[in-house]
Design a protein around this ligand. Structure first.
Ligand SMILES: NC(=O)c1ccc[n+]([C@@H]2O[C@H](COP(=O)([O-])OP(=O)(O)OC[C@H]3O[C@@H](n4cnc5c(N)ncnc54)[C@H](O)[C@@H]3O)[C@@H](O)[C@H]2O)c1
Length: 323
């Protein structure tokens, strides 16, 4: 049996899909999660693949004994997803954001370094770039990083720690800059939460709310494609920051209409709420570097991905799907 992979935040939205993929590939997986946003229900499908592959540790990355765990389990690599993921919350509570996203990450790196882990793969966000002029879209990794939220800042600071740990302690890393990820099991608060919100409204036969006029764009990348990028990073992309995205801008208004079309439900006009000051108006990331170094590209069409989400929400209401 090969050494396990340790996934922090493995009971969350992206983490739970990743855990399934790793188990399918024959790895044992250690999940570290404090269940502040994730849940054991998210790991039900992974558990169904056989109990021997999955080890769950209810542990907080800020104050849990990660070193003891990593020393005992000797993971081959650590995939670090645990974070506070709410941008708006980071503006209300910058210290809470710093604690989970910077101090927590540093504790993961320290434990990895002292227990002899070879590689850490980190989930970071397009928030590290801040608002970029439209002329620079899709954003490349070498653009100036000017985060405009504390969440973006904390996700950016960790990139420098990763570089220093690699240079000074030979701890390899790959950092994946995720665009707006969507898919089954997504919470409503995260970065790509708009798809989940629309799906939930459609399934409930309720009117969806669009903040602003709906012309703002997002780069929507399907969770299984994102999981594939993490998987490929286990043995590729060392020392690199790589965008994981489609490079395609989809307006929120188009997304809303598309989701109705795909669902086959009668269209309901959205309710519009006042735009949020400082909200990024256009967003898309250039993922060619991930193509070169991971041989990765987003292979799920928006239509196919939305179909999966709508099915999951629709079926969830009738209680027929395994969460
Ligand atoms: N979803 C997106 O669109 C998106 C985009 C860019 C980056 N990311 C990043 O991807 C990662 C996963 O995001 P997600 O959307 O799956 O969010 P999520 O909230 O579903 O998952 C995060 C998990 O981390 C756990 N967690 C939070 N704080 C913790 C702590 N102190 N100790 C231990 N566990 C803790 C939560 O319980 C949760 O299970 C995050 O790092 C996020 O910043 C997500």
């Amino acid at each position: 049996m090969t050494a396990p992979i340790l996934v922090t935040g493995g009971a969350g939205f992206i983490g739970s899909h990743l855990v399934e993929r790793l188990i399918d590939a024959g790895y044992e997986v250690d999940v570290v999660d404090n269940l502040s946003a994730g849940s054991l229900a998210n790991l039900r499908v992974a558990r169904g693949k056989g109990d021997r592959g999955l080890h769950f540790h209810k542990l907080d990355i800020v104050d849990g004994d990660l070193l003891a765990l990593m020393t005992r389990r000797k993971p081959l690599a650590v995939i670090h997803l645990a974070a506070k993921v709410n941008v708006r919350e980071s503006m209300i509570d910058p210290l809470g954001d710093l604690s989970a996203n910077v101090v927590g990450s540093l504790r993961v790196l320290e434990a990895a370094r002292h227990s002899g882990v070879a590689k850490v793969i980190f989930a970071t966000s397009a928030g590290v770039y801040g608002a970029v002029p439209s002329s620079e879209l899709p954003i490349r990794e070498d653009v100036a990083h000017l985060p405009d939220s504390f969440y973006g800042l904390s996700k950016d600071v960790v990139l420098d720690y990763l570089r220093l740990y690699r240079n000074n302690f030979d701890l390899e890393y790959t950092a994946l800059v995720l665009a707006n990820v969507y898919g089954p099991r997504q919470g409503l608060l995260g970065e790509g939460g708009v798809v989940a919100k629309f799906a939930q409204a459609i399934a409930a036969g309720e009117q969806a709310t669009i903040i602003g006029d709906g012309s703002q764009t997002r780069d929507l990348v399907y969770v299984e494609d994102v999981v594939d990028a993490f998987y490929r990073s286990l043995d590729q992309g060392g020392g690199l920051v790589l965008n994981i995205a489609t490079g395609v801008e989809t307006s929120i208004d188009t997304l809303h209409k598309e989701m109705y079309r795909i669902s086959g439900c009668d269209y309901r006009q959205p309710n519009h709420k006042e735009a949020i000051t400082g909200e990024i108006l256009r967003s898309s990331l250039d993922a060619r570097r991930a193509g070169w170094y991971l041989r990765w590209h987003a292979s799920t069409t928006l239509e196919r991905g939305l179909e999966q989400v709508l099915q999951w929400y629709g079926a969830m209401r009738s209680g027929t799907v395994a969460r």
